[in-house]
Design a protein around this ligand. Structure first.
Ligand code: HEC
Length: 109
């Protein structure tokens, strides 16, 4: 019984792996390309500069210029920094595209 189950899991393993990699690929490809010029606009429009400084490294909050974190982590922080100070920005306020723009802007800065 147990052996039969292990065998059927093994038989389906390649299919499961295929689904897994397809899902990873789709997630990676659905990250929009960021436009740094637009990111610059969102940075001032959403008042990021008030805490992080006009240059991203001259505010009271942590440095965000020349950003090295992953896009995934950056997005999570924008949605919810887990900080009592930094506001949460749901997608109604900053869309996935705008997050990508901000990311491109700060990475290049
Ligand atoms: C009211 C002040 C405030 C505003 C406005 C604000 N932040 Fe923040 N931000 C913070 C603080 C404080 C932290 C540190 C949070 C912590 O580590 O607990 C932070 C953390 C971050 C981090 C993580 C930095 C790191 O290295 O861990 C990023 C990235 C970031 N902010 C980007 C932004 C962007 C982009 C905007 C505008 C859309 C923004 N913040 C608006 C205060 C602010």
């Amino acid at each position: 019984m147990v052996r039969g189950m292990a065998e059927s899991i093994l038989r389906w393993l390649p299919v499961l792996l295929l689904f897994f990699f397809a899902a990873v690929l789709v997630t990676a490809c659905s990250t929009p390309m960021g436009n740094p010029e637009d990111g610059k606009r969102w940075y001032s429009m959403h008042n990021c500069f008030a805490c992080h400084g006009p240059n991203g490294n001259d505010g009271k909050a942590p440095v965000v210029s020349s950003l090295e974190m992953s896009h995934w982590r950056f997005k999570r922080i924008i949605r919810n920094a887990g900080s009592p100070i930094m506001p949460k920005y749901p997608k109604e306020k900053i869309s996935a595209q705008d997050v990508a723009d901000l990311y491109a802007f700060l990475k290049a800065k």
